[in-house]
Design a binder for this molecule. Sequence first.
Ligand SMILES: [Zn+2]
Length: 90
Amino acid sequence: MVVEFKTELVNTLPKRNIMRENIVYLSEKTMQSTHLCPTGCGEEIYTPLIRGGHRYILNEKSVVTLSPSLFCDKCQTNYSMKNGYAIIEN
Ligand SMILES: [Zn+2]
């Protein structure tokens, strides 16, 4: 399954209660990123982008790729985030 996400560049990450589905929020200022699980389970997937966390690439349209792949503890889903597409592997 593939789910398209928009990338929203922000200064600080939004609080959980105002986060929307299918958006990757990314702060280059604080080097953090967060989004809601692509399965719709509601879990927040928070990814620090500093040492020991995830790496990120913004393409020419400022759409994000995160690596390595991601995992949701709540629904036990593995997925990758490539050029704004969450690719669910299981
Ligand atoms: Zn999930």
